[in-house]
Design a protein around this ligand. Structure first.
Ligand SMILES: NC(=O)c1ccc[n+]([C@@H]2O[C@H](COP(=O)([O-])OP(=O)(O)OC[C@H]3O[C@@H](n4cnc5c(N)ncnc54)[C@H](O)[C@@H]3O)[C@@H](O)[C@H]2O)c1
Length: 324
C-alpha cells in the first residue's frame, strides 16, 4: 500500500503524513510549498515539489509515484482572499483537482480522499448540519470546493474513481509531540491567534461580533483536533478498500464552542490574559456552525477522541515554541 499525500507540507496534511509514518504505511508527499513547510515533512519522506496547476508535471509525478490512494489536502483556503481573488481560487482548487484526477487516471490510481469543508453549506438552515443540508456556499472558497466535490461525484458515477469527500468543520490543535502544528501566514483562525495574543505576539485579538443570537453573543464553531481528522482519513481509506462510488461525510465533534469559551480556556491553560478588541461582525459569518457526525460514525466507525481542552493544550504546546 502506497499513499500519496497531496498538500502534505501543510497544516492538516503534515499530521496525516505523520499518522501514516507512525502506522508504517508507505507515504510520499506532493506539494508546491506555497503555504506549506518543508520542515513539516519527516526526514526520509520523499517530497515531490510540484504545483497541481501544472498538468504535465503533476502527471509525471504520479507516474513516478504510482500511489494506491491519494489524500488531497492541497488548496488555497482563505475565505476573505477568495472573495478578492476568485480566479486564483478556482484555478488552484478546481483546476488543481482536475489535473490531479487526470494524473491519477494516467497512473491507474482510482481512490481519492478529498479535503472538503463545511463552507460548502453556506448559511445554516438547521441547528446541526448533516450531509443533506443544501450546499449553497457564500464565498468563492466554498464554491471552489463544491465544484471539486461535484467533479469527484461525477467521476465516481462514471466509474473513473472512488472518492470520499470529508467536510471538516474547524480544524485545530497540534501533534502531541509538539513537533508539527499550525503555521499559516497570514493566520485567520481563532485558536492560534488567541494563543499568539496570550503570548504577546499579537497586540490584540479582534472579536468579530458580540451581538449574535447565541448565549454569550459570540460565534459558535465546532473545533476538531487534527489528530482526529487524520484518523478519519485512515478510516476513509479503509472504506474505499471495501466500497466503490462517492460519499461525502462531515467531520466535527457535534459540540459548539463560542469565541468567549475558547478565550476563557486559553486564559486558564496559559495563565495569561488574552488582550481583546471587540469589533463589528464579519460579513457572511453565521452565528453557529456545528456538525452532525452521524454519518461518520455509521460509515467509518469514527469518533473524535479529543475535546476542546485537549485541542488547546496541544496548540499551546506548539505555539510556545514552533519549529517552523
Ligand atoms: N484548516 C481548516 O480549519 C480547514 C477546514 C476545512 C477544510 N480545510 C481544507 O483542508 C485542507 C488543508 O488545510 P490546511 O489548513 O492544512 O491548509 P494549508 O495551507 O496549511 O495546507 C495546504 C497545502 O497545500 C499546498 N498547496 C496548495 N496549493 C497547491 C498546489 N496548487 N499544488 C501543490 N500544492 C499546493 C500548500 O503548499 C500547503 O502545504 C485544504 O484543502 C482546506 O481547504 C481546512
Amino acid at each position: 500500500m502506497k499513499v500519496l499525500v497531496v498538500g502534505g507540507a501543510g497544516y492538516i496534511g503534515a499530521h496525516m503524513v505523520r499518522w501514516l509514518v507512525d502506522h508504517a504505511i508507505t507515504v510520499e508527499v506532493l506539494d508546491n510549498l506555497s503555504t506549506g513547510h518543508r520542515a513539516a515533512i519527516p526526514d526520509g519522506i520523499h517530497l515531490h515539489q510540484v504545483d497541481l496547476r501544472e498538468r504535465q508535471a503533476t502527471e509525471s509525478a504520479l507516474q513516478a509515484i504510482r500511489p494506491d490512494v491519494v489524500f488531497h489536502f492541497a488548496a488555497k483556503a482563505l475565505v476573505g482572499e477568495s472573495v478578492s481573488r476568485p480566479i486564483e481560487y478556482y484555478e488552484n482548487n478546481f483546476v488543481g483537482t482536475l489535473n490531479l484526477l487526470l494524473a491519477m487516471r494516467a497512473a491507474a490510481c482510482r481512490r481519492i480522499v478529498f479535503s472538503s469543508t463545511c463552507a460548502v453549506y453556506g448559511i445554516p438552515k438547521t441547528e446541526n448540519l448533516d450531509e443533506q443540508h443544501p450546499r449553497e456556499p457564500i464565498n468563492p472558497y466554498g464554491a471552489s470546493k463544491l465544484a471539486c466535490e461535484d467533479l469527484l461525484r461525477d467521476c465516481a458515477a462514471a466509474g473513473d474513481v472512488s472518492a470520499v469527500a470529508l467536510r471538516y468543520f474547524n480544524a485545530a490543535g497540534a501533534h502531541p509531540s509538539g513537533t508539527i502544528g499550525e503555521a499559516h501566514e497570514p493566520e485567520t483562525h481563532l485558536i492560534p491567534n488567541a494563543i499568539r495574543a496570550a503570548l504577546g505576539q499579537l497586540p490584540t485579538l479582534a472579536i468579530h461580533g458580540t451581538d449574535y443570537p447565541t448565549p454569550d453573543g459570540t460565534c459558535i464553531r465546532d473545533y476538531i483536533h487534527v489528530e482526529d481528522l487524520a484518523s478519519a482519513h485512515a478510516l476513509a481509506m479503509r472504506w474505499l478498500e471495501k466500497n466503490e462510488g462517492w460519499q461525502a461525510i462531515n467531520l466535527g465533534t457535534e459540540l459548539g464552542s463560542s469565541v468567549f469559551q475558547v478565550l476563557a480556556l486559553v486564559e486558564e491553560l496559559s495563565g495569561k490574559v488574552v488582550p481583546c478588541q471587540r469589533t463589528v461582525r464579519r460579513p457572511g459569518d453565521p452565528p453557529r456552525l456545528v456538525a452532525s457526525a452521524v454519518l461518520a460514525r455509521k460509515c467509518l466507525g469514527w469518533r473524535p477522541r479529543h475535546d476542546l481542552r485537549s485541542i488547546l493544550e496541544s496548540a499551546w504546546r506548539w505555539h510556545r515554541s514552533p519549529r517552523y
